[in-house]
Design a protein around this ligand. Structure first.
Ligand SMILES: CC(=O)[C@@H](O)[C@H](O)COP(=O)(O)O
Ligand SMILES: NCC(=O)COP(=O)(O)O
Length: 238
């Protein structure tokens, strides 16, 4: 079964637009779980443009599905994970000024660094996932870091899907098979939506988890959050 983890970054974006507490990020997370979310994902960026570190502390007290915290493993992030001990920490190589996540790790260049980070996160009892591009050269080094899972960076898939879905999925199927052979758990995320998700799941049925936020929140503006979460869940029931 592939779990749907709902990324609520953009709920916090809307909340921050007025400086008050509407929408209430904690309440949306609880409702999302009630509506069928099998995990809650947040990405507290250093500038706190959307999810704030305090949100993470507040959410950690109430989230009952899997709590997945994404981020660059700077000291503040590592101390946050040590304090919160979420089900999963997803490491992304985003520089602070990045408008969004736009690449996976160079696990060859950063192998020793990632080994230390993964070991520290494991000492906190947290499962680790590493954001990765669909390039085979990065997968054996990813395994060497000791990570439990990798998260396929799916923006290239989403961009190419409308043009040629078979070409778009090809590298992802190739690296997923390799990940499986290496004993790596497999997550996927970034720019997944109601158009491209079902085909991804059909072609990579053993995905452990997809984390989806931007498109899901946009869809919820038209279909409502409960209906939207259930629409995304149905895309994963192939
Ligand atoms: C790692 C990834 O692709 C997303 O989870 C990321 O959290 C999106 O960040 P923004 O919501 O800031 O665009
Ligand atoms: N890891 C991907 C994620 O959490 C959400 O990415 P997006 O759906 O907001 O692009």
């Amino acid at each position: 079964m592939t779990k749907l983890s709902v990324n609520i970054n953009k709920i916090a974006t809307l909340r921050n637009a007025r400086g008050a507490n509407n929408p209430n990020v904690v309440q949306v997370a609880l409702d999302a779980e009630r509506f069928g979310a099998q995990g809650i994902t947040v990405h507290p960026r250093p500038d706190e443009r959307h999810i704030r570190y305090q949100d993470v502390l507040d959410l950690s007290k109430v989230v009952t599905t899997e709590f997945n915290i994404e981020g660059y493993p700077d000291r503040r992030f590592m101390d946050l994970i040590k304090l919160v001990k979420p089900a999963q920490a997803t490491l992304v190589p985003d520089p602070p000024e990045a408008i969004t996540s736009n690449s996976g790790w160079d696990t060859i260049k950063h192998l020793e660094y990632l080994k230390d980070i993964v070991a520290e996160l494991h000492s906190y009892g947290t499962r680790v996932s590493i954001f990765i591009n669909p390039e085979t050269k990065y997968f054996e080094p990813a395994k060497e870091t000791g990570t439990d899972r990798v998260e396929l960076y799916t923006e290239p898939y989403a961009v190419n899907f409308p043009k040629d879905k078979q070409a778009a999925i090809k590298p992802y199927v190739e690296v997923s098979e390799l990940a499986r052979q290496l004993g790596l758990g497999l997550n996927a995320g970034h720019d997944l939506d109601l158009h491209n998700l079902k085909f991804l799941k059909e072609q990579i049925p053993y995905l452990d988890e997809v984390s989806i936020g931007h498109a899901l929140v946009c869809d919820a503006l038209y279909y409502g959050l409960e209906n939207t979460i259930q629409m995304y869940r149905r895309q994963l029931e192939v």
